[in-house]
Design a protein around this ligand. Structure first.
Ligand SMILES: [Zn+2]
Length: 206
């Protein structure tokens, strides 16, 4: 045991000296040069890394141009002017503070401040967010349809003169046409469809 220990001690003492005398060992050189190469690669790589560029300065996000995906039932109401059954919509009795936006395009339509209990079975508002809702008389003249001004999606109907509130107006809106954003939460960006591009002119033949 003792002799082994002594040998190891000698070997350990001898190694640093032999290292100094012979200069850097081949292995050490290799390690250094590969380290240099590696750091060079890293540097060359930095500007091209998109994730790092993003962190430096975020370019303003372009407005989305594709409407939100709709379920079949949402399509039925919003695109085909259907009506959900009374008293089953998710927002009929909701009284939380917040904003109701269009389910299809995110445009802000109604404020919870204007929502009231009408007992009609659908969310009811006696006012809309200015400029957000289009009112169009039905063909039969019986009712007035309300649609999202931004995307044209069907919301419901507006009734006047019912004396339910001081404003004497009731926007009767399908829950499924809207999405509720609680107060304090950021509204998602409104989807703006690019203006319909003109159909390419087809040269007349003949
Ligand atoms: Zn819309």
């Amino acid at each position: 045991m003792k002799s082994v220990n002594r040998f190891m001690l000698v070997a350990a003492l001898a190694m640093p000296f032999s290292g100094c005398a012979e200069g850097p060992e081949p292995n050490a050189v290799e390690t250094i040069s590969s380290a240099v190469v590696q750091s060079d690669t890293t540097k060359a790589h930095e500007p091209a890394d998109p994730s790092e560029q993003k962190a430096d300065e975020m370019p303003p996000e372009p407005a989305p141009t594709e409407y939100n995906e709709l379920t079949n039932f949402e399509k039925y109401v919003i695109l085909e002017k259907g009506t959900e059954r009374a008293f089953v919509g998710e927002y009929t009795d909701l009284k939380d503070p917040g904003t109701y936006i269009c389910r299809r395009c995110n445009a802000a339509l109604y404020k919870s401040d204007d929502k009231f209990s009408s007992d009609c079975g659908w969310p009811s508002f006696d006012d809309k967010i200015e400029g957000a809702v289009e009112e169009t008389p039905d063909e039969d003249g019986q009712r007035t349809e309300i649609t999202c001004k931004n995307c044209g999606g069907h919301l419901g109907h507006v009734f006047l003169g019912e004396r339910m509130t001081k404003k004497n107006t009731r926007h009767c809106v399908n829950s499924v046409s809207m999405k509720f954003i609680p107060a304090g939460k950021e509204l998602p960006p409104v989807v703006k469809k690019p203006a319909e591009s003109k159909p390419e002119e087809v040269p007349e033949q003949g």
